[in-house]
Design a protein around this ligand. Structure first.
Ligand code: FES
Length: 216
């Protein structure tokens, strides 16, 4: 176990964990878009930033990636943290102004509008679908494609995937709802991962339909 100071209070946490679940475990509210406990953290959205002092060094760090260590001093709501999270929220709002979850997070951070040029994306490039496909389904049907402002999520060569099993793990994990289960087999779509494979069905509820009540 490691002792650390969080917002002035000493707590103990198990070595090997990352800060985010530890902070949430003691009731600290931290916004996230790219984190899900079922898959490994990726540090993409930067909403979970906290201020960490380790020895003589203080920095803003993504709490979902930062490992617990003895003697860390963590501030979860300092002025610097709030300012940084608001900036991230503004950038997200500029990219995805029509996505309810993004608007909700921005609103919670006091950001109602963005000063940056607006796009009309629905995907925040959090990569949860990629990690879900690889780590939960074990399929690797999709990945990041292209770079910079052209970055997207797609199957190899932007062709309908031959490995996608239609499990819709990616749809379930997507925080912005930009993946439609029906898109797997029904073009046209940017996220047309598989046109050819039948739905695998849910192993938990035995649903074989993409239109089931639980959204599988
Ligand atoms: S939740 Fe940590 S960077 Fe997205």
């Amino acid at each position: 176990m490691a002792k650390l100071i969080v917002d002035g209070k000493e707590i103990e946490a198990r070595d090997g964990r990352t800060l985010l679940p530890v902070l949430r475990g003691i009731g600290v509210r931290i916004p996230t878009l790219c984190f899900h406990e079922a898959v490994s953290p990726y540090g993409a959205c930067r909403l979970c930033l906290v201020e960490v002092t380790a020895g003589k060094r203080t920095l803003l760090a993504a709490s979902c990636m930062y490992p617990v260590a003895e003697g860390l001093v963590v501030k979860t709501a300092s002025e610097r943290v709030i300012r940084a999270r608001r900036m991230v929220a503004e950038l997200l709002l500029a990219r995805c102004p029509g996505v309810p979850r993004v608007r909700e997070i921005a609103g919670e951070l006091g950001v109602q509008a963005s000063r940056f040029p607006q796009r009309d994306e629905r995907c925040v490039l959090c990569g949860l679908c990629v990690r879900g496909c690889a780590e939960i389904a074990g399929v690797h049907a999709i990945d990041f494609a292209s770079r910079g402002v052209y970055m997207d999520l797609a199957p190899p060569f932007h062709r309908a995937s031959e490995t996608c099993v239609g499990c819709t793990t990616c749809v379930t994990l997507c925080p912005t709802g930009c993946l439609d289960p029906l898109d797997f087999r029904m073009p046209p779509s940017r996220h047309r991962f598989s046109e050819t494979r039948p739905a695998a069905g849910c192993t938990l509820c035995a649903s074989e339909s993409f239109r089931s009540d639980h959204g599988h």
